[in-house]
Design a protein around this ligand. Structure first.
Ligand code: SAM
Ligand code: SF4
Length: 329
């Protein structure tokens, strides 16, 4: 699959549910309305949709959400998708999770051929964790991470850099992650969805974080290019790897290799644009995949060049109306 700008699409991110057991304040409003269950693709339909993308050249597939591990029977989807690892059609099957349910599922994920996962965690302070997630318990997340590592999964920690909330804690979070053999990636908050408050109070530019870290640590740029939005540095003092995802301060769209599908079968070919096409109708219209393939081709053929996120005092509204939990980041 090649888009109009010559970018080859090999990475699919699938939001298997819009629901979540937490309500991170930058992601959702407290009284989020979730989709009626009847609108969701069944796990069998999600499998068929993912398999069509794999047949068309997707090599890496990430399950996300909402919280992927709260979807009922999600392990049956993971298990069935893992057959594509067995045939070699898929190189990597992975997940982004808040880790609250990980203690229960980690060993089964590893058994399905998952090798690494991303865990989102913005603070190691239990009170701050509760404030950010509105009711989450840090202990559960830490034991989920422990279970994942015990099952042999490599864990990368993702943290959103939040002004006045975790900005002072970033060095400690990094030392904790690196000290435990985990990479840390910092993410700038993106203006997605109405969350009941403005973004200007949350937004902390990573250019500033990097400048502050450079006063204490020796940061060396790494050439690692995963085709993704993160730029990586090695931290000499910890020996660990730090990723910086800077949609607001650095545009990474020229190397974008990914598309996203939602739990209702909508494809979004750009995280930062309103573009969307429905794949559920062609999926359900016929038992063979001709209509579906044609709809996928049309969507890829219309992938936008890039996003234009902007947060400042004049633009303190969502750039994109859907919440991050629709597409899973
Ligand atoms: N629930 C899972 C989790 O938290 O890892 C998966 C879905 S969550 C939407 C995926 C990632 O998006 C998380 O790392 C979260 O911190 C991040 N995220 C959510 N809303 C965001 C926003 N407005 N800007 C930047 N990152 C956001
Ligand atoms: Fe849930 Fe993840 Fe959004 Fe937090 S970031 S509310 S854990 S979907």
């Amino acid at each position: 699959m090649i888009d109009p700008f010559g970018r080859s699409i090999s990475y699919l991110r699938v939001s298997v549910t819009d629901r979540c057991d937490l309500r991170c304040f930058y992601c959702m409003s407290e009284d989020m309305t979730f989709l009626p269950k009847a609108d969701l693709l069944s796990l069998e339909e999600l499998d068929r949709l993912c398999s069509a993308f794999i047949r068309k050249g997707v090599k890496k597939l990430r399950l996300t959400g909402g919280e992927p591990l709260v979807r009922r029977n999600v392990m049956s989807l993971v298990r069935s998708l893992s057959r594509h690892l067995g045939t070699g059609a898929l190189r990597e099957l992975t997940m982004t999770t808040n880790a609250t349910q990980l203690a229960r599922f980690a060993s089964e994920l590893a058994d399905c051929g998952m090798r690494r996962i991303n865990v989102s965690l913005d603070t190691l302070d239990p009170q701050k964790f509760r404030a950010i997630t509105r009711w989450g318990e840090l202990d559960k997340v830490l034991s989920g991470i422990g279970a994942a590592r015990a099952a042999g999964l490599a864990v990368k920690i993702n943290a959103v850099a939040l002004k006045n909330l975790n900005e002072d804690e970033i060095p400690a979070l990094m030392e904790w992650a690196h000290g435990n053999g985990m990479a840390l990636t910092l993410i700038e908050v993106m203006p997605m969805g109405e969350i009941g408050s403005g973004r200007i109070d949350q937004y902390l530019p990573l250019s500033l974080v990097r400048a502050r870290l450079s006063q204490r640590y020796t940061l060396t740029d790494l050439a690692d290019d995963t085709g993704g939005p993160a730029r990586y540095v090695r931290v000499a003092e910890t020996g660990g790897k730090l990723g910086l995802i800077t949609p607001m301060t650095h545009n990474f769209c020229e190397s974008c290799n990914r598309v996203r599908i939602t739990c209702t079968g909508t494809i979004h070919t750009c995280l930062g644009q309103e573009d969307a096409s429905d794949l559920r109708k062609p999926l359900r219209a016929s038992a063979d995949d001709d209509l579906l393939d044609a709809a996928i081709n049309r969507a890829i053929g219309a992938k936008p060049k890039g996003h234009d996120f902007i947060i400042d005092r004049r633009h303190n509204r969502p750039s994109v109306s859907r919440h991050m939990s629709v597409t899973g980041g």
